[in-house]
Ligand binder design. Structure first.
Ligand SMILES: [Mn+2]
Length: 426
C-alpha cells in the first residue's frame, strides 16, 4: 500500500508551524546547518528483507498480522518506510528466504519504490528443505569436503542473484563453531573456513565486496570460527582487498569497546559495513538506540572522524554497507524500523556536531574534562528538528511514526494481506 501524496502533505502542514519554531531554534545554534542537512539527505540505511515480519524467539513467535507474503510485498513495505523517512532507500536480501525468481521484475519494482539493492546475505546456518547435506556441524569449517563445497556453491549462487539485481556486496555470516571443548580443532576449522571463503572470493565480480561478519557466540556456545573482529580481520586480510570486516552491534562479548574496534578497522581500511541494533545482554536485536544511545553516538563519532574527516567522504557516499539488523516479537516491525532509522539519523547528526578542532586541542593538552564535555555537548543536543527538516526537504513526513499510525497502515495491511500471514525469516 501507499500513503497518498496529499495525505502526506496535510500531515506536514499540520505540524509545520511547531516544526519551524523548533528548527529555527536549533539552526541558530549550529554552524553549517545546510551542509548537515545535505549529508543527512545522502545517508541511506538498508532494510533487510527479513525485518518486515514479526521476529521469533526460541520459544514462540506471535505474528502481528498483515505481514508481507512475498518479496514484492516486502519491497512495498520498505518503499512505504522510505516514502515516509527518505532514509531507508535500500533493501538487503537474504537467500534463500527471498529468492528473486524474476530479477528484472524485482529490479523494476525496487526502482519504482526508489530502492537500491544493498548487500546480499547468504545462509548456511540452516538446512533448507531438500538440501542434500546438513550444516548441523558447520558449513565452511566442516570436516567433510562435500559439505564445505555445498556451502561455497550456495554463496556463489547468492552472488549470481545479486549481480542480476545490481547489488555489489556479499555478507557472509557463519554460525560455524563448536558447543563443547574438543569438538573441533580450532586451526583446522579456521583453515577450512579460509579456504572456503577463498573460493567464494574468487567468484566475486571485480566491483564487488565481501563482508565477513563476526559473532562472539550463539548458536555455538563454546567457540565460533569467526568469533570476533580480530578473526574477521585475519580472514579479510588473507582474502584480499575486496574483503572487509562487518560489525554487528550485537555480536560482541558484553561491554566490548565497539567504537575502538570501529576506529581501528577504519584505520586499516577494513571496515566494510554495519549491522545496527541494540542490546542489553547479548545479541538481543533490539531497536537501535533503545538501550545504549551514548554508545551509538561514540560509534558514529568514530565513523564521522574516520570517514568524513580523514577521507573527506560523506558516510552516505556508498562506500559502506549500512543496515538495520534487528528483530522483534512485541512490536509492529514497520514501526520499529521507523524508530531504528530515526535513531540512526539523530545519532549521525549529533556526531556531525562534534567540535573536532577543540577535541584535538583538548586531547593534545590532556584536558580530559574538556574532551568529555565536547562529546557530551553534542550528544545532549536535541537535533530532532534537523533530522525532520532534512526529511521534509526530501519530500518525507515530518513525523513518520505519527502519520503511520494516523493512516492506520497496519490495519490496512491486515485487511489487504490477512491476519495469519507469516513472512519468511527467522
Ligand atoms: Mn548481523
Amino acid at each position: 500500500m501507499k500513503i497518498e501524496k496529499y495525505r502526506l502533505e496535510s500531515h506536514n502542514e499540520s505540524l509545520i508551524k511547531e516544526h519551524t519554531r523548533r528548527f529555527n531554534f536549533i539552526a541558530n545554534d549550529v554552524p553549517n546547518v545546510e551542509t548537515i542537512l545535505q549529508k543527512l539527505n545522502y545517508f541511506q540505511v538498508a532494510i533487510p528483507s527479513w525485518a518486515l515480519g514479526t521476529g521469533g524467539t526460541r520459544f514462540a513467535r506471535f505474528a502481528g498480522g498483515g505481514e508481507p507474503r512475498n518479496l514484492e510485498e516486502k519491497i512495498e513495505d520498505i518503499g512505504l518506510l522510505h516514502a515516509l523517512n527518505k532514509s531507508s532507500g535500500a533493501i538487503s536480501l537474504h537467500i534463500p528466504w527471498d529468492i528473486p525468481e524474476n530479477a528484472s521484475h524485482i529490479k523494476t519494482l525496487a526502482a519504482q519504490n526508489d530502492l537500491k539493492f544493498d548487500a546480499m546475505n547468504s545462509n548456511t546456518f540452516q538446512d533448507q528443505p531438500g538440501q542434500k547435506l546438513s550444516y548441523k556441524f558447520g558449513s565452511m569449517q566442516h570436516v567433510n569436503k562435500d559439505i564445505r563445497k555445498q556451502a561455497i556453491e550456495h554463496n556463489i549462487q547468492v552472488i549470481k542473484y545479486g549481480v542480476d539485481l545490481g547489488s555489489q556486496s556479499l555478507t557472509v555470516w557463519l554460525s560455524d563453531g563448536s558447543c563443547f571443548p574438543g569438538q573441533l580443532n580450532f586451526r583446522k576449522a579456521f583453515q577450512n573456513t579460509l579456504e572456503s571463503l577463498q573460493e567464494v572470493y574468487a567468484a566475486l565480480p571485480n566491483d564487488w565486496k565481501m563482508f565477513v561478519e563476526y559473532k562472539a557466540y550463539e548458536p555455538n556456545f563454546y567457540s565460533t570460527t569467526v568469533g570476533d573482529w580480530g578473526q574477521s580481520l585475519l580472514y579479510a586480510n588473507k582474502l584480499g582487498e575486496k574483503a572487509y570486516t562487518l560489525v554487528d552491534l550485537g555480536h560482541h562479548l558484553p561491554n566490548a569497546n565497539i567504537e575502538q574496534i570501529v576506529s581501528l578497522l577504519l584505520m586499516e581500511g577494513k571496515l566494510g559495513g554495519f549491522h545496527f541494533n541494540d542490546s542489553k545482554y547479548g545479541d538481543d536485536d533490539l531497536t537501535v538506540g533503545s538501550i545504549k544511545p551514548y554508545q551509538l553516538f561514540l560509534i558514529f563519532n568514530e565513523l564521522v572522524e574516520g570517514i568524513e574527516i580523514e577521507k573527506n567522504t560523506p558516510l552516505g557516499a556508498g562506500a559502506f554497507g549500512w543496515m538495520i539488523d534487528a528483530s522483534h516479537n512485541v512490536k509492529d516491525p514497520l514501526e520499529d524500523l521507523l524508530q531504528s532509522v530515526e535513531a540512526i539519523m539523530i545519532t549521525y547528526t549529533q556526531a556531525l556536531l562534534v567540535d573536532r578542532k577543540k577535541l584535538v586541542d583538548a586531547q593534545n593538552n590532556n584536558d580530559v574534562v574538556t574532551a568529555q564535555e565536547i562529546l557530551q555537548q553534542s550528544f545532549r543536543t536535541d537535533v530532532r528538528a534537523l533530522v525532520a527538516e532534512a526529511r521534509l526537504r526530501s519530500g518525507g513526513a515530518l513525523n513518520p511514526l505519527s502519520i503511520y499510525r494516523g493512516e492506520k497502515v497496519r490495519d490496512r495491511l491486515i485487511k489487504e494481506r490477512g491476519s495469519k500471514i507469516i513472512a519468511t525469516g527467522l
